[in-house]
Design a protein around this ligand. Structure first.
Ligand code: SAM
Length: 221
């Protein structure tokens, strides 16, 4: 305890083998109130609070029946959906292995695989009313390459949503600062009544991530 009675920030000693950046990451994790809250609430990721905050602002989850979770691992978003809409059927996909979540069908595969969309569709007994993507491409450190890779994932997710959502449905996706590029924005505006961007408080200020929220799917052509 410090003299003020508050817990001082926890410092992480730099181990020989730990790089400066991973030390900073660990330090930030240990001092992050959302990480602490996630532990207390039983969520697998601090990302859960981004969805909770987006839901508070845009009312995304109430009454959803079928949900697709793109980039599901470790599973925080699906846990939130299970809590708010316990009867909803959920299917998720990720490159990484995900510990099972009750009531959620999980595929470990690349969403960009030709077989992925059909696998997701077949796992639900009807069209989804919410498609959410928190996918982020592994960064290589080259700004333009990273941007293009992540936007490629967002675009694929948006097309999946436009081809599968039920009328009135919602699509949300992580995008990079600057929002969605013109082509994607046109696609979303054509298919949805409302398209907005938001950065929930749980999204780290220094990060370039934003979310696009598209509501009121107009239906397939
Ligand atoms: C920020 S995490 C998602 C966190 C999750 N929303 C939660 O609440 O726990 C992003 C995930 O996207 C996944 N991902 C990235 N590219 C992918 C792809 N092509 N196909 C499937 N998943 C992908 C990553 O493996 C990673 O687990």
């Amino acid at each position: 305890m410090s003299r003020s009675g508050k817990n001082p920030d926890r410092k992480v000693r730099t181990a020989k083998k730990r790089s400066q950046s991973s030390t900073l990451w660990l330090q930030r994790q240990l001092n992050d109130p959302y990480v602490k809250q996630a532990k207390a609430d039983g969520y697998r990721s601090r990302a859960a609070y981004k969805l909770i905050e987006l839901d508070e602002k845009f009312g995304l989850l109430k009454g959803v029946q079928r949900v697709v979770d793109l980039g599901i691992t470790p599973g925080g978003w699906s846990q939130v959906v299970r809590k708010v809409a316990p009867k909803a059927a959920i299917v998720g996909i990720d490159l990484l292995e995900t510990d099972p979540i009750e009531g959620v069908t999980i595929f470990q595969m690349d969403f960009m695989d030709d077989d992925a969309p059909a696998a997701l569709e077949n796992a639900l007994d009807g069209p989804p009313d919410l498609v959410m993507s928190d996918m982020a491409a592994n960064t290589v450190g080259h700004k333009q390459t990273d941007h293009l890779r992540t936007m490629g994932l967002v675009e694929a997710a948006a097309w999946f949503a436009a081809e599968n959502l039920s009328e009135g449905g919602t699509f949300i996706a992580k995008v990079l600062a600057g929002g969605t590029d013109a082509e994607l924005l046109n696609l979303l505006k054509k298919h949805f009544k409302h398209v907005k961007h938001a950065k929930p408080p749980a999204s780290r200020k220094g990060s370039s991530e934003w979310y696009v929220i598209a509501q009121g799917f107009k239906g397939r052509d």
